[in-house]
Design a protein around this ligand. Structure first.
Ligand code: AMP
Length: 567
């Protein structure tokens, strides 16, 4: 049994292929979406999901979110005096999802397909594998999110050839893939994207506009993380409402007063113009790389929560002169597709006829020096070995010779990117190969790159004259933990106390009430304070029935209060 996991920037979901269909599994709160937010509770226990998301407002120094954006970098976050890497934070989310799936399925879960943006680089992919390992999961495959989205649409099931473009705008990343389907074969023709463009950037633009209108200074506000997070959330909420409504009122209580501004949908086009423009480039590049004209596309598939924004949908409709497919909720499609891939890998009979091929999102190559009679030598050039959009798994070699007399080593410096100059590409790592000294050009090495189906690179080098092989999986990247470090982190994490799953609902309700208390003023705040005090008393009485009744009553009242026009 292999579960599918959409490890998202904002929310994560877990799914399974069961009885010939993909099924999403609920978490301890009964939700299909688990916010990708991690925090430490008041007694140091680990909280994941909705409770942690509410505590971003009330306990920002003990809570963190959006760490997917930092996967594959060495960047750490401090929580209560200890530092955590992005892959550890992701592992906490994965562990929570795994526990939810085990509860739902009634059996242990050890194997998973995890989705990643097609544009994730080598280090980000490896960090995702490490996150899986830290969570006790064997990652059977990393699946590109747009490919997962297309699998969810079942486009592979048609008999006729279908060409589709998947437009995936999530919380933090933007991916475009052009795929071809024919009698069960899914072929990714090209992918392109922008790793730093998502719903959050649209929120950011609205936030700047709100600050301008109200005269608030972001530097001062940012000093109080709780206020800053609360403001971001208010603006994000307003943005989502603008997907449905023509105008929204934003009201923000601060220092016993209230700031207000009105936002109209028609203002958004101007405000978001630079972001909407950035959505065009990857679409154009993917079509160019796939050598396909927009009129040749049979389907345009929208996935990722941020494609709910009406301006984004309008833009897509204008670009392609038709309306995109929208029958599966765009924020569920990736997880459903991951379940399909899980079924494929478990060789489920219903899927046996489907074959999936994907492509390398970047070119991979090494640094070379060119010598020409006319211009002398030019160093620092990039020589691609596997070109972008090559179907993977793929294995390709290049041959390189010594350039100096008596040279004893050839350093193979591996890069990822598209520029002619290595300085503009991403350095992945280095291998030093010993060669017998001789005149320049007398020794040749073969460098073979192998890209596995998850997009992970292996390198083999061989000196032709001696046949001596060198082999490595690129690991020197500071953004990726080595095996020993993973072992150490696993030990450290095993001491961390996890908040008990059976109390997840109490924790979520408490966190929500505390968050709403901080967001409110006057009578509303007093009422929430009273509700909290009553609930705390019930919790202390330790009578499960009493607690459940009090919690349900409080949840109903909090929902009513949230729906009242306050912000
Ligand atoms: P994903 O990474 O696919 O979960 O997408 C999350 C992003 O979708 C976040 O930036 C959300 O704010 C955004 N989103 C979710 N629902 C809506 C909505 N109704 N309107 C606009 N954006 C939304």
């Amino acid at each position: 049994m292999i579960v599918g996991i959409d490890l998202g920037t904002t929310n994560s979901l877990i799914s399974i292929w069961h009885d010939g269909q993909a099924v999403l599994m609920p978490n301890a709160l009964g939700d299909l979406f688990t916010p990708s937010v991690v925090g430490l509770g008041d007694s140091g226990e680990l909280l994941v999901g909705r409770a942690a998301r509410d505590r971003l407002i009330t306990h920002p120094e003990r809570t963190t979110a959006w760490f997917k954006r930092h996967m594959g970098t060495g960047r750490v976050v401090q929580l209560n005096g200890r530092s955590y890497r992005p892959e550890e934070l992701s592992a906490f989310v994965l562990r929570a999802l795994k526990a939810d799936a085990e509860e739902f399925l009634g059996q242990a879960v050890h194997r998973a397909v995890i989705t990643v943006p097609a544009y994730f680089r080598d280090a980000q992919r490896k960090a995702t594998l490490v996150a899986g390992e830290l969570a006790g999961l064997r990652v059977e495959r990393l699946l590109n999110e747009p490919t997962a989205g297309a699998l969810a649409y079942g486009l592979q099931q048609g008999v006729d050839q279908t060409t589709a473009l998947v437009f995936d705008l999530g919380g933090g990343t933007f991916d475009v893939s052009v795929l071809e389907f024919f009698e069960g074969v899914v072929e990714v023709r090209a992918s392109a994207g922008d790793g730093f463009l998502g719903g959050e950037d649209f929120t950011e633009a609205l936030l700047r506009d709100f600050l301008n209108k109200t005269g608030l200074k972001s530097d001062e506000l940012k000093r109080d993380t709780a206020i800053w997070n609360r403001l971001r959330k208010t603006i994000d909420h307003a943005r989502c409402r603008l997907s449905e409504d023509e105008a929204v009122q934003i009201r923000f209580p601060i220092n016993e007063s209230e700031l207000a501004a009105e936002l109209h949908r028609e203002d958004l086009a101007l405000l978001w113009e630079p972001l909407l423009k950035r959505l065009r480039y990857p679409v154009e590049q993917a079509l160019r790389d796939a050598r396909i004209r927009p009129s040749e596309l049979d389907e345009i598939v929208l996935i990722g929560g941020a494609t709910r924004m009406s301006l984004v949908r309008d833009l897509v409709a204008r670009m392609f002169g038709r309306f995109p497919a929208f029958s599966i909720p765009p924020d569920e499609a990736v997880a459903l597709g991951a379940a399909v891939q899980g079924g494929l890998l478990s060789e489920d009979r219903a899927l046996r006829e489907t074959v999936l091929t994907d492509v390398a999102p970047y070119s991979l190559g090494i640094e070379v020096t060119h010598r020409t009679a006319a211009f002398g030598s030019e160093a620092g050039l990039f020589d691609p070995i596997i070109e972008r959009n090559t179907v993977i798994p793929a294995s390709r070699s290049g041959f390189y010779s010594t350039v100096q007399d008596g040279q004893r080593h050839i350093d193979i410096k591996v890069y990822q990117g598209e520029s002619r100059f290595v300085r503009d590409n991403t350095f992945l790592g280095k291998i030093s190969v010993r060669v017998p000294p001789g005149p320049a050009g007398s020794e040749t090495i073969e460098v073979r790159f192998t890209y596995d189906p998850s997009g992970i690179l292996d390198i083999d080098a061989r000196v032709l004259s001696t046949g001596v092989p060198y082999r490595r999986t690129i690991q020197e990247n500071p953004g990726v933990l080595g095996p020993e470090e993973v072992e150490k982190r696993l030990k450290a994490l095993s001491h961390l106390k996890v908040h008990p799953r059976d109390q997840a609902q109490n924790a979520a309700t408490l966190a929500r009430a505390n968050r709403m208390f901080e967001e409110s003023l006057g009578e509303r705040r007093r009422e929430i304070g009273d509700l909290l005090a009553h609930f705390q008393t019930c919790l202390q009485a330790q009578d499960p029935e009493l607690i459940e009744r009090a919690r349900n009553e409080m949840d109903v009242r909090l929902t009513d209060l949230e729906e009242e026009p306050y912000f």
